[in-house]
Each structure stands twice: as structure tokens, then as C-alpha cells.
Design a protein around this ligand. Structure first.
Ligand SMILES: NC(=O)C1=CN([C@@H]2O[C@H](COP(=O)(O)OP(=O)(O)OC[C@H]3O[C@@H](n4cnc5c(N)ncnc54)[C@H](OP(=O)(O)O)[C@@H]3O)[C@@H](O)[C@H]2O)C=CC1
Ligand SMILES: CC(=O)N[C@@H](CCC(=O)OP(=O)(O)O)C(=O)O
Length: 293
């Protein structure tokens, strides 16, 4: 008997496959429903052979889904599609949404940055922003969790403890970020990505308002950032190099100590710097990961 039955909407995508891998190996969770769009009707291991060992239901279309078979849903659908589908789900379900549809509290800001009207404004009041390290207790009680964007996670995790401790100034924060290409929805042909680096969204990337919203909440005043993302010739991983101005009297060592006491992470100063490959290696040896990509 499963403790918590999980449904996955958009299971046949990259994020869907990651959630399946985590849920299928979890002692209390089990996957009882998986949906796809074009791949509906296929088995999951025909789409992702690394999941062959898991006992998984067949991929079906959302219109054929029976939500009485699930207690909670991970929604791994494209931006914009999610809000229309979530609003039709039973209100008793706990939902974790991986898209950007519910991350921005201010609907007019959502509409400005995503260029479309929001179709489930009424659900926004249920939302808890899912940055676990910051809001763990709220997330436990939430009906609808908006999972943070990839770049906003990489930026907020290091900056939040520094802002909370008043160690850095609230302006002139410069973020030089690099992403692997599983995050990219376009230009993901090998011939477009290999042997080159490209910046994109320069001065206007949709993650800027999300980053500023999160940092301003913590700082309790408006925080602004300069942010430039880059697409790298690597499959997955992310690195954000962040430049800040320290508050008067603060030394680099103070920032280091604050971060060290905030997280159990690989944090090195003036020694070897961890690479994205080291992160993947450390995850693949902690016993929870099966397969790297
Ligand atoms: N990739 C990444 O690094 C990250 C992505 N995200 C977010 O998570 C969400 C999913 O991303 P990702 O997994 O990369 O996306 P993919 O494009 O890889 O997968 C999307 C999934 O949704 C299904 N789908 C597509 N259109 C529809 C539709 N109209 N109705 C129902 N199902 C549909 C697809 O089915 P089928 O395969 O059959 O077409 C597939 O299962 C996005 O909102 C993305 O921004 C968040 C963090 C990181
Ligand atoms: C490399 C690349 O194109 N990355 C995507 C972000 C990844 C993603 O899918 O979006 P969320 O993190 O918002 O869910 C982008 O810049 O829009």
C-alpha cells in the first residue's frame, strides 16, 4: 500500500523524468498516473530507457486521467498550458507546479514578462513559492507550490543568507549565469549548441522579476539585479557567478562564514573551485541517483 500516490502531468519531458526517478525510489511515494501529449499511449521506458527498472503506469492523455487514483500531482507542463490544466483539477489535490505560471505574485508583472493574460488568477492566493531552503514550513502546508525557476534558484540560494545578515548592498548585483541545454526549448540541436557559448535574454530575461521578487522579500526593500544568462555546450548543470558590493566594514571572509553556516554544500574559497561536473558526480554517489542524465 502506497502512502502517497503521485500523478505526473507531462511525465514524458525532462523534468517529468527527473520527478519519476525521485518518486519511484522514494520509500513513501509511488507513481500511479502519468500523462503525456504526443507520447500518450507509449510506455515510459520506451521514452526514457534509464527508467526501465521502475514499475510505472503507461503514459496517457490528460483527458483520460482519473484523478481519484492520486493524492498529489507534479505538473511538468510547458508555461501557459499549466494554468489552464491546474484550474480544472480537483481542489483537494496537493500540486507542485514546475512551470513559471504561478511564480510571480503580481499578475500584471506576469502578463508583462510572459506576454499573455493569466488564466487562473484565482489560484494565485493558494500559492507558496517553493524555495525549500527558505520556506520549508509553508511548503509543507501548501496546496499549490510554485517551483522556482532554475536561474532564480541558483541566485537566491547564495544571496538570501547574505541579504538576511545585511552583509551586502541591495543594488549593483551582477549575475553572470550559465546553463546546460536541457533547460533550452529552442536551438537544442547538437549543431547549434556544441563548441559555442551564447548569451540570450540580454537585459530582458523573464527570470529577472522572479529573482527581484524573492530577494526584495528577504531584504524588505527593493533589490535590483543585472542578469545575463548563457547557453553552454553541456547537457545539464548551471553556474551563476554573482558580483556584489559588500556593506561597509564587511570582508570577503564574512560572506564565506555566513554561507558556510547556512548550507551543507561544497563551498571552497582560495582552494579548488567545484565545477558543474563535480556536482553531478557528488549527486551520483549519494545513493539516491540512478543514472546521470
Ligand atoms: N528543463 C529544465 O531544465 C527545467 C524546466 N522547468 C519547467 O518545467 C516545465 C516542463 O519542462 P520540461 O520537462 O523541460 O518540458 P518538456 O518539453 O521536456 O516536456 C513537456 C511535457 O508536457 C507535455 N505537454 C506538452 N504540451 C502539452 C499540452 N498542450 N497538453 C498536455 N501535455 C503537454 C509533453 O508531452 P509529450 O512529450 O508527449 O509532447 C511533456 O510530457 C516547463 O514549464 C519548464 O519551464 C523547470 C525547471 C527546469
Ligand atoms: C537554457 C534555457 O533556455 N533556459 C530556460 C530556463 C529553463 C526553463 O525551462 O525554465 P524555468 O527554469 O523557468 O522553469 C530559459 O532561459 O528560459
Amino acid at each position: 500500500m502506497l502512502d502517497i500516490r503521485i500523478g505526473l502531468l507531462g511525465a514524458s519531458g525532462y523534468t517529468g523524468a527527473e520527478i519519476v526517478r525521485l518518486v519511484a525510489n522514494h520509500p513513501h511515494f509511488g507513481v500511479t498516473l502519468m500523462t503525456a501529449d504526443r507520447k500518450a499511449g507509449q510506455s515510459m521506458d520506451s521514452v526514457f530507457p534509464h527508467l526501465t527498472a521502475q514499475k510505472l503506469p503507461r503514459l496517457i492523455s490528460i483527458k483520460d486521467a482519473d484523478f481519484s487514483t492520486v493524492d498529489a500531482v507534479f505538473c511538468c507542463l510547458p508555461h501557459g498550458t499549466t494554468q489552464e490544466i491546474i484550474k480544472r483539477l480537483p481542489t483537494s489535490l496537493n500540486i507542485v507546479d514546475l512551470s513559471a505560471d504561478f511564480r510571480l505574485r503580481d499578475i500584471s508583472e506576469y502578463e508583462e514578462w510572459y506576454g499573455q493574460p493569466h488564466k487562473a488568477v484565482e489560484l494565485q492566493k493558494e500559492v507558496v513559492y517553493g524555495l525549500t531552503e527558505l520556506l520549508r514550513d509553508d511548503i509543507k502546508k501548501a496546496l499549490l507550490v510554485a517551483n522556482p525557476g532554475c536561474y532564480p534558484t541558483s541566485v537566491q540560494l547564495p544571496l538570501v543568507p547574505l541579504l538576511k545578515a545585511n552583509l551586502i548592498k541591495h543594488d549593483n548585483i551582477i549575475i553572470d549565469a550559465k546553463s546546460g541545454d536541457t533547460g533550452a526549448k529552442e536551438a537544442n540541436l547538437y549543431s547549434e549548441i556544441a563548441e559555442g557559448i551564447s548569451s540570450y535574454g540580454v537585459t530582458r530575461h523573464r527570470h529577472v522579476p522572479e529573482i527581484e521578487q524573492g530577494l526584495s522579500d528577504v531584504a524588505q526593500s527593493k533589490v535590483t539585479v543585472s542578469f545575463t544568462p548563457h547557453l553552454m555546450p553541456m547537457i545539464r548543470g548551471m553556474q551563476s557567478t554573482i558580483y556584489v558590493e559588500m556593506a561597509p566594514g564587511v570582508r570577503t571572509q564574512d560572506l564565506y562564514q555566513q554561507l558556510k553556516s547556512s548550507y551543507e554544500v561544497l563551498l571552497l574559497l582560495n582552494k579548488t573551485i567545484a565545477t558543474t561536473r563535480d556536482v553531478i558526480r557528488s549527486l551520483s554517489t549519494d545513493g539516491t541517483r540512478r543514472g546521470r542524465y
